[in-house]
Every structure is written in structure tokens, then in C-alpha cells.
Design a protein around this ligand. Structure first.
Ligand code: HEC
Ligand code: HEC
Length: 292
């Protein structure tokens, strides 16, 4: 009797094991199929200048666009959120071709053609060719700092969502990033400011800077808020991380100090011109209801 029960329990456990294994296999296969479903972008062929001007422009871009925030202070690579490894960029830039690096940066496709999940390529998709080339020149010029990095693996919870079509890899989102709209504006400060904002601030403030990120993170406000800032208060926010009223902001104070404090005065003025105009247009669009 006991023997039969034990045998039955043993059979049930083995059966459950088979179900779990089959589910895991399906989840893995379906998520890998998604990650490998994106075509390779056209190869990046812009020449990589190696003069000191290119390298220092690249340094400024890498600094202000925040690569260090995830890839480490010395770009040596870092484990992010316990699940993704942002690789050593100095080493990667030497090992891989410029086209491979550009595919990751602007298209969210990793070396080997597999889509990336955590790398925020939506923030870099509008970077100009020459700026990408200068960033690569810089990454190739700096010393490689070696660091022990764990192996990255996509968690099962993420794979499970991807397998069921409830989540997607980075390239799926990139055509939702609006194009630059102000490239023909008569005010060159607005043209330059839009470019900076659309390659720096949209990591958190929404693809179009209007708290319009397609997934729900919801913490960074619509940048139309800048219309309430004087040029001076805006400069203080960029240089020190402190907003009007002086409170410490979640995330923002930190990124201002590590990235935006490195903007030139001219870049801050351009950003301000563009964002104040964005706020003005937002108010005009809201119409009389905006007065309530
Ligand atoms: C918010 C964090 C974050 C920021 C900011 C960031 N990265 Fe990444 N990056 C990652 C993660 C995480 C990975 C690993 C792949 C993944 O999990 O998506 C990665 C992967 C990469 C890869 C390798 C892709 C591959 O596997 O072949 C390159 C190249 C790269 N990033 C370049 C950059 C550059 C250049 C910048 C700055 C302009 C930058 N990243 C900014 C998080 C970030
Ligand atoms: C890494 C994410 C991140 C990036 C990148 C970022 N911000 Fe923010 N920002 C935030 C968050 C989060 C808040 C809200 C913080 C809070 O209320 O505590 C915020 C708040 C703000 C505010 C409102 C401050 C106030 O008065 O309440 C302004 C203005 C602002 N950011 C401007 C910018 C500009 C301009 C850029 C690009 C140059 C930028 N941010 C880039 C995350 C970010």
C-alpha cells in the first residue's frame, strides 16, 4: 500500500518535472526566436577619424550621454539590475568593428545579431553619424581597464513575458522614437537644443520628451515643465542637480552631476531655448483648457 502511494507520488513528481522542463524549453525557444527576429541594420560605414579633435569630441559625447552610468566609471563594464552585464566598452570597441558597435548603440542589435533588452538604444537612435564615429574613436583611444564581470543571462521572468508577446526587445521600440522635428527652425539654438535633448533627456523623460515612454515607468515629468524655469534656474539644475526649491531629485540630481554638469554653457543655453519653446507649444496646444 505505502509502496503504491510512494510510487504514485514519485510518478506525479516526475510528471510535474517533465511539464516544467517542457515549459522552460518552450519559453527559452520562443524568447530566443524573438531576440533573433530583427534584421541587421545597414552597415555603418562612416569613417572613424583618429585625430585628437575627434577623440575629444567623442569623450564629451560619451560623458554627456551617460555611457558611464551603466558601463562603469572607467567604461570597464558593470552588472546592471542584477540581470544584465553592460560590457567593457574600451575592450568592445577594439574587439568589434565600428559597424557592430553602431548596431548596438543605435539599433539595439548586439554582436552576433541578437537583439538587446536593457541597453537604452532609444536614447541614441538620433545620434548623427559623425558623432557615433567620434564616440568610437574615443572608446578605441582610452586604455582598457580590466574588470571581472559575471556572465549575463536574461531572467526567466523576462523570457516568459517575451515568449508570450507581452514584452519585447529594444529594437521593437525604436521606430516609436519621434524624428527630430525642428531641424529647419530659423533659430539655430533650437535646432541644436533639440538634438541634445533627443539624445540625452529622452532616456527618462519619454521618447518625445513628453513623459511618453511606451512602457510604464512614470517617474520623470513632461519636459514642458522647463517653461517654468528661468535660464539661471535651469543652468543650476544642469550644473548641480538641484531644481527650483533646491530639493534632491530622484535619479535626476545624480545624472545632472555625472553627465549634464559637463555640458558647455552654449549647450545648456541651446537645451534651454529648445525646451522652453517645447513648453510654450505644449501650452498653446492645450488651449484655453490649460488655464483651468
Ligand atoms: C541604462 C544603462 C545603459 C546606458 C546608459 C548605456 N548602456 Fe550600453 N548596455 C547596457 C546593457 C545592460 C548592455 C548589455 C546588453 C543588454 O542587456 O541589453 C549594454 C550593451 C552595450 C553594447 C554591447 C552590445 C552587445 O552585446 O553586443 C554596446 C556597444 C553599448 N552598450 C554601448 C553603449 C554606449 C556607447 C553608451 C553611451 C552612449 C551606452 N551603451 C549607454 C546598458 C546601458
Ligand atoms: C536617468 C533618468 C533621467 C535623465 C537622463 C534625465 N532626467 Fe530629468 N528627471 C528625472 C526624474 C526621475 C525626475 C523627477 C525627479 C523627482 O521628482 O524626484 C526628473 C526631473 C526633471 C525636471 C523637473 C525638476 C522639478 O522642478 O521638479 C527637469 C526640468 C528635468 N528633469 C530636466 C531634464 C533634462 C533637461 C534632461 C536632459 C538634459 C534630463 N532631465 C534627463 C530623470 C532623468
Amino acid at each position: 500500500m505505502t509502496h503504491t502511494v510512494l510510487r504514485w507520488i514519485g510518478g506525479a513528481v516526475a510528471g510535474a518535472g517533465i511539464v516544467v522542463a517542457a515549459l522552460a524549453a518552450w519559453t527559452y525557444t520562443a524568447s530566443e526566436r524573438h531576440l533573433r527576429s530583427f534584421p541587421a541594420p545597414p552597415p555603418f560605414t562612416h569613417p572613424i577619424a583618429t585625430d585628437s579633435g575627434a577623440v575629444s569630441r567623442g569623450e564629451h559625447l560619451v560623458r554627456t550621454r551617460g555611457c558611464r552610468g551603466c558601463h562603469g566609471d572607467q567604461l570597464q563594464g558593470e552588472l546592471m539590475w542584477g540581470m544584465a552585464v553592460a560590457p567593457n566598452l574600451a575592450e568592445y570597441a577594439r574587439r568589434e568593428t565600428p559597424a557592430t558597435l553602431e548596431a548596438a548603440l543605435r539599433h539595439g542589435i548586439g554582436a552576433g545579431g541578437r537583439a538587446l533588452y536593457s541597453m537604452p538604444s532609444y536614447n541614441f537612435v538620433r545620434l548623427r553619424d559623425r558623432d557615433v564615429a567620434d564616440m568610437i574613436a574615443y572608446l578605441r583611444a582610452i586604455p582598457v581597464v580590466h574588470a571581472e564581470l559575471p556572465r549575463a543571462s536574461l531572467p526567466w521572468t523576462v523570457r516568459w513575458e517575451i515568449a508570450r508577446g507581452l514584452d519585447a526587445a529594444m529594437p521593437r521600440y525604436l521606430d516609436q522614437v519621434p524624428p527630430l522635428r525642428r531641424t529647419e527652425d530659423p533659430d539655430p539654438a533650437i535646432v541644436r537644443g533639440e538634438y541634445i535633448a533627443m539624445t540625452s533627456c529622452n532616456e527618462c523623460h519619454g521618447f518625445g520628451l513628453r513623459a511618453d515612454t511606451p512602457w510604464d515607468d512614470g517617474s520623470a515629468p513632461d519636459l514642458a515643465i522647463v517653461s517654468g524655469y528661468s535660464p539661471r534656474a535651469f543652468t543650476t539644475l544642469m550644473r548641480t542637480g538641484l531644481p527650483i526649491g533646491g530639493r534632491e531629485l530622484a535619479l535626476m540630481s545624480g545624472v545632472a552631476r555625472t553627465r549634464f554638469a559637463y555640458f558647455t554653457d552654449g549647450e545648456i543655453a541651446d537645451l534651454y531655448a529648445f525646451l522652453r519653446d517645447l513648453g510654450r507649444r505644449a501650452m498653446a496646444d492645450a488651449g484655453p483648457a490649460g488655464k483651468n
